[in-house]
Design a protein around this ligand. Structure first.
Ligand code: DP6
Length: 346
């Protein structure tokens, strides 16, 4: 018999950035982080898992191309953890099919162009963990599954939830309290929209994984960020979300993006993720907010030059207009909650 399950997980974009690990094997972060998960309908990964007695080894195809599942690698660790949970279930209940003994084939697809330079590891790993946990009918909660997804890629643990999600750094050495939890559902503040401005689709120079370890090893500014800055911001942005206070949400989001890029610059040798177009997006949003007399849009940048602009639905036409006017050449944007992928020119 063949057993099969499929699951999807959307991309998430952090407002309080994860940057730095205190344990690289278990992927335990140096600070807590908080993100907004984009809409299921738009930027997402879908993974099918299939277990069959005739399969000779675990295999993975990413957008149709086979990828090696390295022993003790991140993916392997995730599969192994879920398989162990299934084994425990089978040992406790002899009526269950012994599918933990079967090898599994995974097929994973992104519904957005991989060439768009958008992080796909978070949604990809989250979809894989979700689909294998369905296949195994695991009783674990999304927060418990986030412990596994975290070991695939840190930011992936946040994509197991929709809406507004915190990844609590935790304190324990074994990582059992370093997990994701919902801060507020998408429905709590559905007016929140995000515009994804693809500034460049080139592959980034320094990967998050290696860049953040260099920052941990060399940046004194990171120590200030993780101890003095982020804890207060986690509280403040959670309150802003609960109270639907866009001004505070926007201020904290922009400042935290800038703080993250500052620690990249404080790294030796320095890491530059923003380019001239990224900096122009910052200037345009700052000017929009100045003219409005209060923040009505917030930019944030991950480990690359692409901008994500958060704004409330009522202000999206204004933001779109401005972006299209100032960046008329080449852009793709996506709205997490309602709009489709559109090709616009930034
Ligand atoms: C800048 O989750 O990709 O996007 O844990 O090494 O896989 P690994 O790193 P990853 O780092 C994401 C960094 C970030 C900020 C964020 O998403 O919080």
């Amino acid at each position: 018999a063949t057993y099969q399950a499929t699951a999807s997980a959307p991309v998430n974009i952090a407002c309080i950035k994860y940057w730095g690990k205190r344990n690289t094997k278990l992927i335990l972060p140096t600070n807590s982080s908080l993100s907004v998960t984009l809409d299921q309908d738009h930027l997402r990964s879908t993974t099918s898992s299939r277990a069959d007695a005739s399969f000779e080894k675990d295999r993975l195809w990413l957008n149709g191309k086979e990828e090696e599942i390295e022993r003790d690698g991140r993916l392997w660790v995730c599969i192994d953890a879920l398989r162990k949970w299934r084994q425990e279930m089978e040992q406790a209940d002899s009526g269950l099919d012994k599918i933990s003994a079967y090898h599994v084939h995974f097929a994973s697809h992104n519904n957005f162009p991989t060439a768009a330079g958008l992080a796909s590891s978070a949604s990809g790993l989250a979809a894989l963990v979700a689909s294998l946990s369905h296949l195994y009918s695991l009783p674990q909660t999304p927060s418990q599954l986030s412990l596994v997804a975290r070991q695939g890629s840190g930011s992936a643990c946040r994509s197991l939830f929709g809406g507004y999600v915190a990844w609590r750094m935790g304190e324990k050495e074994d990582g059992s309290d370093s997990l994701a939890e919902e801060v507020a559902s998408r429905e709590h503040w559905p007016e929140m929209h995000a515009l994804i401005c693809v500034v460049s689709d080139a592959k980034k120079g320094t990967s998050s994984t290696s860049g953040m370890q260099r920052t941990v090893q060399t940046s004194p500014l990171l120590q200030h960020r993780i101890k003095e800055v982020v804890p207060g911001r986690m509280d403040d942005i959670s309150k802003a979300i609960r109270e639907k206070d866009f001004e505070s949400f926007a201020k904290i989001t922009m400042r935290d993006s800038n703080s993250f890029h500052a620690v990249c610059l404080d790294t030796e040798p320095p890491i530059f993720y923003l380019n001239d177009v990224s900096r122009s997006v910052i200037a345009v949003v700052e000017e929009l907010n100045r003219a409005a007399g209060k923040p009505i849009a917030a930019y944030t940048f991950d480990a690359g030059p692409n901008a994500v602009i958060y704004t409330l639905e009522e202000n999206m036409p204004k933001v779109l207009n401005l972006i299209n006017r100032f960046f008329p050449q080449e852009a793709s944007f996506a709205n997490p909650f309602k709009m489709d992928w559109q090709s616009a020119q930034v």
